[in-house]
Design a protein around this ligand. Structure first.
Ligand SMILES: [Zn+2]
Length: 392
């Protein structure tokens, strides 16, 4: 095993909690709602440059906030491990950073600026400790992650432009399991509409095509389609699904509306072709009872694909060895509950990617919170994984 006790101790000592916390606070202090990560990206680039790294700023399809790219190279042939994180946050009221009782709070603390700071600290620790004997680390940070404001376009462009390692780690807020499988996801939207204007029930409304009744029919059919999926389950990832999260139609109780809207998701397991998922959704919509005067507009927006990791891949062994060395145990295999940029790296770049970050809570709320000591753990795990993977 490459990770000798001496080497792990050198890595552990090289990770500097003060430097890590300071960077995390600085990144959180700069608001960066998706599409507007320029200023925080500038700050990260400046931090890395001050630390002596050559920093690239590829526009990667989003000139408004160019990405941040840097490398640490040993100059000896070996594998490259990529650390990738997004710098944008969901569009919620800004919460300034503050530290209390060992926790860091603020916008993006959990999702995922503190994680980005931890991966940067890992890069610095590997450099400072001089523990990498071959290969190198590629660090990439970008905008346009959070939907619906972004669709991952900047990462896709980075991949197309060749900013890709041989495997990747992503410090999103998932710490308790090693996610070896994940479902794919698409957003679905259906609008049922009739011609004309909203009209009072007793002034002709009763005779109008009934978009709400059609909507009820649609909900019933999508629900039945979802129930038909309960038989086929993956031991870790669960089942495929059609989920309805939102319906809307009508303004007041005695007015005939012109529209009914529905929004939800389709999720699928590795091995299921997306075309089959799309057809399943379309068939449910097409199965609605014909109602004269009602137009149906159904949209299926593919987001990210399903994956199942190759457990024999060197990244898995390197990550397990690193968890054992830093935490004294490996993580149980599980499913990634969400989709993230790891799905994209696996799908578009064809590399294995592990999502592993701090035990943070409150993502996509105004109550994000991350334990500072867990950030130190993440930095150590990342640094050790790089040593085991690149030199292995
Ligand atoms: Zn995130």
């Amino acid at each position: 095993m490459i990770l000798s006790q001496d080497l792990v101790e050198r890595v552990n000592r090289a990770v500097r909690p003060d430097r890590l916390t300071e960077l995390a606070v600085e990144l959180i202090r700069i608001p960066s709602p998706t599409q507007n990560a320029a200023e925080v990206a500038d700050r990260l680039a400046e931090f890395l440059a001050d630390e002596g790294f050559d920093v690239g700023r590829p526009e990667a399809a989003w000139p408004r906030s160019p990405a941040v790219v840097t490398r640490y190279e040993t100059g000896v042939a070996g594998r490259t491990l990529q650390f990738n994180g997004h710098l944008d946050t969901v569009h919620l009221p800004f919460v300034a950073p503050h530290i209390e009782d060992g926790f860091l709070y603020g916008s993006g603390a959990s999702d995922m600026k503190a994680g980005v700071a931890a991966m940067c600290e890992a890069l610095l620790a590997v450099r400072d400790a001089g523990v990498l004997e071959a290969g190198g680390i590629l660090l990439t940070a970008h905008d346009l992650h959070e939907a619906p404001w972004g669709q991952g376009q900047q990462l896709s462009a980075l991949i197309e432009e060749g900013y890709v390692g041989d495997a990747a780690l992503l410090p999103e807020y998932l710490s308790s399991i090693l996610p070896v499988v994940g479902r794919g996801m698409a957003n679905v939207e259906v609008t049922l509409s009739r011609q004309g204007s909203p009209v009072h029930e007793v002034l002709g409304g009763l005779e109008q095509p009934r978009v709400i009744a059609a909507g009820a029919d649609l909900v019933t059919r999508l629900d039945a389609a979802d129930r038909s999926l309960t038989g086929d389950t993956h031991p870790l990832a669960g089942r495929e699904s059609i989920f309805i999260g939102k319906v809307a139609g009508g303004e007041i109780y005695n007015q005939s509306p012109t529209e009914f809207r529905l929004a939800g998701t389709c999720r699928w397991l590795p091995g299921t072709p997306v075309d089959m998922v799309r057809k399943r959704f379309r068939d449910a919509v097409d199965g609605m009872r014909q109602r004269p005067g009602i137009q149906v507009d159904a949209q299926f927006h593919y987001r990210r694909g399903a994956f199942e990791m190759d457990l024999e891949h060197p990244l898995v062994g390197a990550f397990d060895d690193s968890c054992q060395a830093v935490m004294g145990r490996t993580l149980a295999h599980g499913a990634k509950p969400f989709i993230d940029d790891g799905n994209t790296l696996m799908e578009l770049a064809g590399i294995e990617a592990i999502t592993h970050g701090p035990n943070a809570t409150g993502a996509h709320t105004t109550s994000e919170r991350v334990p500072l000591d867990d950030l130190v753990r993440v930095a150590r795990v990342y640094a050790c994984t790089a040593v085991a993977f690149c030199g292995g």
